[in-house]
Design a protein around this ligand. Structure first.
Ligand SMILES: [Mg+2]
Length: 356
């Protein structure tokens, strides 16, 4: 039995814009095209205040303007959204689970048997961390498979956490519109409606012969299975970290090695935890310093033996500090481990050793 989590940021583009324009928070806001409602663009995201006017994604900007002339219209800024998206995915990786990134603002996580807590605890923690790091809310759905997890994350938007255990799947799905499952778009839904099938419950109970006649045998059967919440598709990508890092910005720029050393203590401890959680050893340690004038320098050292222990990581970091120029105060320090290898692989003895 699997436990799959789906996370979906709430009105993502609009959320990011509200972050950088706090004065717009709570006001109806539409992000789309070049931000000019007189042009041919469409709505990418409308915030929840704008949705109250019936504005939704893919609606022409002109129509959105007609419905809500007092709405604020902003252009799409992918660079900024992908920057925040990276932060969000970074948070997901902290949990050490297999991840499938679905799009800029959603992902699946396989939390089956995760030692981090119950599914509900993990869901809450994840939402909290994203709020902390990106300042945005997300909705989480947890279910026995991807299909139902995705439906679940949508049920209590925004800021939702919806858990659908195996024995409640059919019951939760039955009253929903049949186009809530993936693969049922406008066209298929219209055809279903003609057959008198409105809800997923209707579809789950529908006559197999009639479905086959309308959609062909395979697609008909597949539709029925989806309506029952059956899905055994795997997560598509397995995430493997290429590096892990921590950095910190000092409240006041510092020229004191002692202060930096203190930071390295918690950073190397943190890196040790994360390496061990994922069962990796690191070969390379990198130190990054950003000076008061914002120039940034890095120095790296590859260790003789790969390690997951804090001591050698910290020692390597401290050794590297001497390779930096010290004529300017430092505003940020970072510690990174990279060149990661799987722990089992690194620890297994060389073939010859078996002879002794
Ligand atoms: Mg979203």
């Amino acid at each position: 039995m699997r436990t799959i989590l789906h996370i979906d940021m709430d009105a993502f583009f609009a959320g990011v814009e509200e972050l950088r324009h706090p004065e717009l928070r709570g006001k109806p806001l539409v992000v789309g095209g070049n931000g000019d409602p007189n042009t041919r663009g469409v709505v990418s995201t409308a915030n929840y205040a704008a949705r109250k006017f019936g504005i939704h994604s893919a609606m022409p900007l002109k129509e959105a303007y007609r419905r809500c002339p007092s709405c604020v219209f902003l252009p799409v800024d992918y660079a900024e959204y992908s920057r925040i998206s990276k932060e969000m995915m970074e948070v997901l990786r902290e949990f050490g689970c297999t991840i499938e990134e679905v799009g800029i603002d959603e992902a699946f996580m396989d939390i089956t048997d995760s030692p981090l807590g119950t599914p509900e605890e993990i869901g809450r923690k994840l939402k909290e961390r994203i709020k902390e790091k990106a300042g945005l809310t997300a909705s989480v759905g947890i279910a026995p498979n991807k299909l139902v997890a995705k439906i679940a994350s949508d049920l209590e938007k925004p800021d939702g956490l919806t858990i659908i255990p195996e024995d409640k799947v059919q019951w939760r799905l039955a009253p929903l519109r049949a186009d809530r499952v993936w693969g049922v778009g406008e066209v298929t839904y219209a055809r279903l409606l003609k057959m008198g099938i409105k809800t997923l419950g209707d579809l789950a109970e529908a006559d197999e012969g009639k479905l086959a006649a309308e959609f062909g045998e395979n697609w008909g059967r597949s539709l029925k299975e989806r309506a029952r919440g059956i899905d055994d598709s795997e997560l598509v990508t397995e995430w493997e970290p290429r590096s892990l890092s921590r950095e910190t910005t000092f409240e006041k720029d510092t020229a004191k090695m002692l202060e930096i050393k203190k930071e390295f203590e918690w950073m190397s401890e943190d890196l040790e935890h994360r390496l061990k959680k994922r069962n990796f050893l690191a070969r390379t340690v990198t130190v990054k310093l950003r000076y008061s004038d914002f120039t940034t320098l890095t120095r790296a050292k590859t260790m003789e033996r790969p390690t997951a222990e804090r001591e050698p990581i910290m020692r390597a970091g401290l050794g590297l500090l001497h390779k930096f120029p010290w004529e300017r105060p430092v505003r940020l320090v970072g510690l990174r481990v990279s060149n990661l290898v799987a722990a089992e692989q690194a620890q297994s003895p060389p073939p010859d050793a078996a002879l002794f």
